[in-house]
Design a protein. Sequence first.
Length: 58
Amino acid sequence: MLLSALRFLNQSVPTHWQDLSLTALLQWAVSHWSLASVPLTGEYDVTEATSAFSKMAR
């Protein structure tokens, strides 16, 4: 879920994110946060499977 949120907000994601604990990933995300990268407007494809709950809605 955190990765989906970071991608949605156009934030970078470490290439080795699979090796990080949730705490380490969150710390990395906070330290690399860029408000300038957050899109002011845009579209997001909500039909795309974006979370663990996406399959429940189908």
